[in-house]
Ligand binder design. Structure first.
Ligand code: SF4
Length: 312
């Protein structure tokens, strides 16, 4: 009995922590799903949890070592991720010729192309350092003229999760680090709400120099500098790339479709990674109501990352 009380306290503590993080991220309300959906999800969740907790050969299991709450959460995310992914016609996404890619953007069906990075963190970091040296004091496009610092990117060199924005802003241009302004602080809270530290993931941009007056990077600038991003992704081999904002999504997915039509779906990247487009944190600062949509998107990312590598 004392064990059960301690387990219950532990669950409450974890729930409180989770809610505090969500509140700091700006989530004020979690919608109640439709009853029919909820019942079927709960039942599938219970099956998944019981499968993992029940000792082999036993028809029942004891409320045990505090893992149940965590497993239930992981299972719920897994169940959510297993909901049918709408096909292009259903979701209103018109497949179209890629903007930079030669093939059409594809909504994912299963992730068969991704393989875990064979490089050690040290090996990957050395390759990233070489790439940074190769970029040098770059003047390959017009963005070089007004920049202060090249913002290469930072984080875990073998991250399974990469966040890619369109380009540095004023604070990033001054510091040489990605996403450090107000939008970056919001991104930090999103990352924390996902259960990660900034050092566990990687953050970068399509273009590495600040466009004047924070204008949108132009197509030729993205084509030129995007080659460096491609090399970064080849080295890091992330499982999932979160494309922050329509411009990053346009480059990575190869489509001009608005974010409202793209977000919430995984797309295929030639590297084998999956791309989840979602709203840019700067957009969220102007439109706080969209935070709930971003939270929905990152939950799908968390569900995919929670699966064992051999099942992705
Ligand atoms: S944006 Fe990229 S390609 Fe253009 S100058 Fe900067 S580093 Fe070079």
């Amino acid at each position: 009995m004392p064990d059960q009380r301690e387990n219950f306290r532990q669950i409450v503590r974890e729930l409180e922590t989770r809610l505090r993080v969500l509140a700091s991220f700006g989530v004020r309300m979690i919608e109640q799903p439709k009853l029919e959906q909820e019942e079927s999800t709960v039942s599938t969740t219970q099956t998944l949890v019981e499968k993992q907790l029940r000792p082999a050969g036993q028809s029942d299991y004891r409320f045990g070592d505090g893992r149940r709450a965590k497993l239930e959460q992981a299972a719920r995310l897994q169940v959510a991720d297993q909901q049918p992914i709408p096909q292009a016609a259903d979701s209103g996404i018109r497949k179209q010729t890629g903007f930079f890619q030669t093939s059409e953007p594809q909504i994912e069906t299963s992730q068969t192309g991704w393989q875990p990075n064979p490089l050690s963190p040290q090996e990957a970091q050395a390759k990233l350092d070489n790439l940074r040296e190769e970029i040098g004091d770059c003047s390959r496009c017009r963005l070089a003229k007004q920049r202060n610092k090249i913002v290469f990117g930072e984080g875990n060199p073998v991250a399974r999760l990469v966040f890619a924005g369109e380009g540095p802003g004023r604070d990033e241009d001054r510091s040489g680090r990605p996403f450090v302004g107000r939008a970056g602080q919001l991104l930090d809270r999103i990352i924390a709400a996902m259960g990660f530290g900034r050092e566990e993931i990687y953050i970068c941009n399509v273009v590495k120099c600040r466009p004047p007056d924070n204008r949108t990077p132009q197509d030729d600038e993205m084509r030129t500098c995007g080659l460096f991003l491609t090399k970064q992704l080849e080295i890091m081999r992330p499982q999932i790339i979160v494309a922050l904002g329509a411009t990053a999504a346009k480059y990575l997915i190869g489509t001009d479709r608005p974010m409202g039509k793209l977000r919430g779906h995984f797309f295929e990247h030639p590297s084998g990674a999956r791309i989840m487009p979602t709203y840019h944190p700067a957009y969220l600062l102007r439109n706080p109501a969209a935070k709930k949509l971003v939270w929905d998107d990152v939950q799908k990312v968390m569900a995919k990352l929670a699966r064992p590598v051999e099942e992705v």
